[in-house]
Design a protein around this ligand. Sequence first.
Ligand SMILES: Nc1ncnc2c1ncn2[C@@H]1O[C@H](COP(=O)(O)OP(=O)(O)O)[C@@H](O)[C@H]1O
Ligand SMILES: [Mg+2]
Length: 73
Amino acid sequence: MAEIRPNSDIAQVFVGRRREMAELTSALNDALSGQGRLVMLAGEPGIGKTRTAQELGVLAEQRGAQNLWGRCH
Ligand SMILES: Nc1ncnc2c1ncn2[C@@H]1O[C@H](COP(=O)(O)OP(=O)(O)O)[C@@H](O)[C@H]1O
Ligand SMILES: [Mg+2]
């Protein structure tokens, strides 16, 4: 039986979350046009909040925005 290993390429793939990304992209558009927005991603641990925020961060940086992160315990 073949050994199953995590594939690093697959681990990079971001799946689904179309509705969330549409809302976040809309908020990014508003922010870039001077209308700042505050968005909260809520959900149980492991549901994908951080990853979704990271995807938005990539989009924001691609469009020249400054992407700042804070963390807490
Ligand atoms: N849409 C997604 N596509 C692919 N992997 C995802 C997606 N959302 C989350 N993951 C993966 O699931 C794991 C948990 O997601 P994470 O964003 O850390 O959850 P949370 O911040 O809500 O606790 C991470 O390894 C993350 O990369
Ligand atoms: Mg998280």
